[in-house]
Design a protein around this ligand. Structure first.
Ligand code: FAD
Length: 444
């Protein structure tokens, strides 16, 4: 089949690799200029965490090693208290499993190179999709040379991100459900540069400054720096709107992030010039539509954009590619049938990770700082060590497994019920033993 993919971001490029591997001819349209010539776009996260689901997808197209070669493993979180005290909390029971910090630009370039190297693939930059008719199969693009039309596209797959133009053209059809929920929080990136030729903090951790109703995180970059992200309210006290002068920013950092401030020589400049990004959850249905000429599908953020607090948006989008590839194999590459099957299988998992990601914001900004939370994690890890493979924490199931997202909650409930039953039996046994021992003693 001749397939049109819109959006050469992370998911569009990986999807192109999967489709080309199945023998399809793919034209991949991207609104930006070639990133290998134009450099990174400002305002997107500079690095991101890739974990097992993403690695599994990359492994299937032979790219895992190349991607991981440039990644920095983060086997745990490092919590920074206001007084500078550090607490390391491993992500896994044995402390060895890690999520991986990787440059978004490098990952996109690796995927783009891989897609372009596949037979039957053409990548077309500087083409912004502006129109789509699934009835006639006509695609309209804005290009530097003026508007361009492409006719009779048979299959169009929208991998054009959270604000998808492909989705926008489906959105007004009767029966198309769509919702977008913005958080009252925004994000802004700052930098902790390399210090004395090395990292200014431990690069083997995801750093968190939990401050109750807001937080900052930092991920190591390959060059020795850290990219920090503030997740702050958009309005009200301590918000981006409130902290609008250099003096206020300095005073706020001195009060809430003094250890980080000492490592940020460009704080005021970064703060003044880096944009505030929005945090949004987008849900829609259906993810596919069969027109007279064309079948249209959505994938990655275009189908389900989520907030970044579980580090799963790209991982989930990569899993979409694996599932669509599986559905194509099962339907003999009948795209209409495969896209329906893919939506049936994937939608509930996308909805679940959207919820888990929202829950994790509260955990990261607030709960991780409490002693009770740390104690709970220690008990959880002890249970995992005592019952390997039978008791697995939520974090590990999300980040270090490919257990479908929607199966995680029922599994956790089952595990907890089993542990509670075992504890009840143990307690009953102990009480019975104590009662026996307390009984009338035999005379010597
Ligand atoms: P995108 O990456 O948005 O790519 C879409 C592509 O389509 C872009 O290249 C764009 O230029 C192009 N495009 C858009 N419109 C058009 C058009 N009209 N015509 C042609 N081309 C078009 N995920 C993780 O897994 N781990 C993390 O740690 C993580 N951290 C994050 C931190 C932040 C602050 C944010 C905001 C997100 C984070 N994510 C993370 C989520 C992740 O960035 C997204 O889920 C991922 O980028 C989705 O990939 P995509 O290819 O679907 O969309």
């Amino acid at each position: 089949m001749k397939v049109t993919v819109v959006g050469a971001g992370l998911v569009g490029c990986l999807l192109t690799c999967f489709l080309a591997r199945r023998g399809h001819e793919v034209t991949l349209y991207e609104r930006r200029s070639n990133p290998r010539k134009a450099g990174a776009e400002r305002g997107r996260s500079i690095n991101l965490a890739i974990s097992e689901r993403g690695i599994d997808a990359l492994r299937r197209v032979g790219l895992d090693r190349q991607v991981l070669a440039g990644a920095l493993p983060m086997p745990g979180r490092m919590m920074h208290a206001v007084d500078g005290a550090l607490t390391f909390q491993p992500y896994s029971a044995d402390g060895t499993r890690a999520i991986n910090s990787i440059s978004r630009g490098d990952l996109n370039r690796i995927l783009l190179d891989a897609a372009e190297a596949m037979p039957g693939v053409e990548v077309v930059f500087d083409h912004r999709l502006t129109g789509l008719s699934e009835a006639t199969g006509t695609l309209s693009f804005d290009t530097p040379g003026g508007p361009v039309e492409v006719e009779k596209a048979q299959v169009v797959l929208g991998a054009d991100g959270a604000f998808s133009a492909v989705r926008a053209h489906l959105q007004w059809r009767p029966g198309f459900d769509f919702s977008q929920d913005y958080l009252d929080y925004g994000y802004k990136e700052l930098t902790i540069p390399a210090k004395d030729g090395g990292y200014a903090m431990d690069p083997g951790a995801l750093h968190i400054w939990p401050r109750g109703s807001s937080m900052m995180i930092a991920l190591p970059d390959p060059g020795g720096s850290f990219t920090c992200t503030l997740f702050w309210p958009k309005s009200g006290p301590g918000s981006f709107a409130d902290l609008d002068t250099p003096a206020k920013v300095e005073e706020h950092f001195a009060r809430h992030y003094p250890d980080a401030q000492a490592l940020m020589p460009d704080l005021l400049d970064d703060y003044a010039h880096n944009p505030v990004g929005h945090l949004v959850t987008m849900r829609c249905s259906p993810w596919q539509i069969q027109g007279e000429q064309t079948v249209v599908g959505l994938i990655g953020d275009a189908a389900h954009a989520i907030v970044p607090f579980y580090g799963q948006g790209a991982n989930a989008g990569f899993e979409d590619c694996v599932e669509l590839d599986r559905c194509l194999a099962e339907t003999g590459d009948d795209f209409a049938a495969a896209l329906r099957l893919y939506q049936d299988r994937r939608k509930r998992h996308a909805d679940t990770i959207a919820e888990l990601a929202l829950d994790n914001f509260i955990e990261m900004r607030d709960r991780v700082a409490s002693r009770a939370f740390l104690a709970q994690k220690k008990v959880e890890h002890a249970l995992e060590r005592a019952l390997p493979g039978r008791y697995v924490s939520r974090y590990e199931l999300v980040s270090f497994s490919t257990v479908p997202y929607a199966d995680i909650r029922p599994r956790l409930t089952r595990q907890r019920t089993q542990v509670a039953a075992a504890l009840a039996l143990l307690t009953a046994g102990l009480l019975a033993t104590r009662a026996l021992l307390k009984g009338p003693r035999a005379k010597p």
